[in-house]
Design a protein around this ligand. Structure first.
Ligand code: GLU
Length: 473
């Protein structure tokens, strides 16, 4: 087999769709697995829809997913001359022809086919007329063979194809002189010596036409692998309005690249019962034989599960870097890394599904103006807790070193001094006092990361609050 060369050929118009990202990932993985090359080609010929911002987003998204390419980005729009040259060659060899049929004529041909109960396969009356360049306004059509089958063995869908007689003479150059997608894609794949075209199943139906072009150009077609579409959890095609469809959206919601990549590779591909695939695993194991034909369900619960898995082992530096902006947004100021913050982030991992879950859990640590949750305060900061809270305050006054074990021992002394009070009766009021609410990591861990000064100040604040409330009652 010649050196494997795959390509990713997006038409950037907006954020990158999950399906495109998966195509990119499969093309990358296949190239890596076979020691080949991935070519990045930006199909920017639709100038009305293409934007440089969308292209930048494609590159950024690929980098984020760890998909590196070996060549490019090439820009299809810069290859116009070459596309024109191929159209001229096809005309000269009689494999293409100029067609001046008007819209009305086409419409009449279509109606006639319908009236005759036939499917409409357009063959222009100019097919054999060899009209010259001065024939007036015209398009160029490929002369699709009358007989034979345009077929291929799809690496995913198996034997595929269509009778040539069912394929219309497609336009390869518009009347304004611009080449069409099917021509440009074939010429580019041929020139870039692509050996494997891996793309979405929405292109399966374009392949017979493209094979007709390879034939006309006397070029060997690449292998094709059409990857089934991604559907939502109810089995419907992903829709921009209804579903989250872009990689960007998942990134913004706090999913890690490792999790999104792992999720994407499994949307259609399997390797036994394995679920966890690192980037290296993907590059080592990916194959086209195990890409299924059924549509792949975008199961977001699975993504969340994967994200939690990767969050657990994310190095603390990386976790800090990823959440720092959201911490700073809450703190309304710089939040440098510290041992206490590292510890807090580690404690929050267990309760976090996505990166955006961290900062809200750290609010009480990030700011001193904590707000007491009214319901929690009413329930837990009652006059009966004044005594244990004051005793605790006293115990903590000289606590040194300020450690989880030391805090636990101090709590125990207070509990037994208060008639063997159960831990919860003290821990929950303390939690409300120092965090404002009823959920936080374990109480000793919470106090440890908050540190002695802030803990003491907040306990004092809570005692004042209880006193004020008792006075006003
Ligand atoms: N630019 C095309 C698209 O984004 C890709 C064509 C292809 O992969 O052949 O759908």
């Amino acid at each position: 087999m010649p050196t494997v060369r795959t390509r990713f050929a997006p038409s950037p118009t907006g954020p990158m769709h999950l399906g495109n990202a998966r195509t990119a990932l499969y093309s990358w993985a296949f190239a890596r697995r076979h020691g080949g090359a991935l070519v990045l080609r930006i199909e920017d010929t639709d100038r009305a829809r293409y934007t440089p911002e969308a292209e930048a987003l494609v590159l950024e998204t690929l980098r984020w997913l760890g998909i590196d390419w070996d060549e490019g980005p090439h820009h299809q729009s810069q290859r116009r001359e070459r596309h024109q040259q191929v159209v001229e060659e096809l005309l000269a060899k009689g494999h293409a022809y100029r067609c001046t049929a008007s819209k009305d004529e086409l419409e009449r041909s279509r109606e006639a086919a319908i009236a005759a109960g036939e499917s409409w396969v357009y063959r222009s009356p100019h097919r054999d007329a060899q009209l010259g360049p001065d024939c007036g306004e015209h398009v160029v059509r490929l002369k699709v063979p009358e007989v034979g089958r345009l077929e291929w063995d799809d690496a995913v869908f198996g034997p595929s194809g269509q009778e040539a007689s069912d394929i219309p003479d497609m336009v390869i150059r518009r009347s304004d002189g611009t080449p069409l997608y099917n021509l440009a894609v074939v010429v580019d794949d041929m020139d870039m010596q692509i050996t494997h075209v891996i793309r979405g199943a929405d292109h399966h139906s374009n392949t017979p036409l493209q094979l007709a072009l390879y034939q006309a150009l006397d070029a060997a077609p690449p292998e094709f692998a059409h990857v089934p579409l991604i559907v939502n959890e109810s089995g419907k095609k992903l829709s921009k309005r209804r579903d989250k469809v872009s990689v960007q959206a998942f990134r913004e919601e706090g999913y890690l690249a490792d999790a999104v990549r792992n999720w994407l590779v499994r949307l259609g591909w399997s390797h036994g019962d394995d679920e966890i695939f690192s980037q290296d695993d993907i590059a080592r194991l990916f194959d086209l034989e195990h890409v299924g034909r059924a549509s792949a369900r975008a199961d977001t619960a699975k993504l969340t599960w994967l994200n939690q898995h990767y969050l657990k082992s994310l190095p603390i530096e990386a976790l800090f870097e990823a959440v720092q902006p959201s911490l700073e947004a809450i703190a309304e100021g710089p939040v440098p890394r510290s041992a206490a913050l590292d510890r807090l982030l580690d404690l929050c991992r267990e309760r976090s599904k996505v990166l955006t879950d961290f900062a809200p859990q750290a609010r009480w640590w990030l700011r001193d103006d904590i707000e007491l949750d009214a319901k929690a305060a009413k329930k837990h900061l009652r006059p009966v807790v004044r005594e244990p809270l004051s005793k605790l305050r006293g115990e903590l006054e000289g606590l040194d070193p300020w450690t989880e074990a030391g805090l636990e021992a101090a709590f125990e002394r207070v509990l037994s001094a208060c008639g063997d009070l159960p831990l919860g009766k003290l821990a929950q009021p303390v939690r409300v006092a120092v965090t404002g609410g009823t959920t936080s990591p374990g109480i000793f861990e919470t106090l440890e990361v908050l540190g002695p000064d802030r803990t003491r100040a907040r306990l004092a604040g809570a005692l004042e609050w209880i006193a004020a409330r008792a006075d006003s009652a």
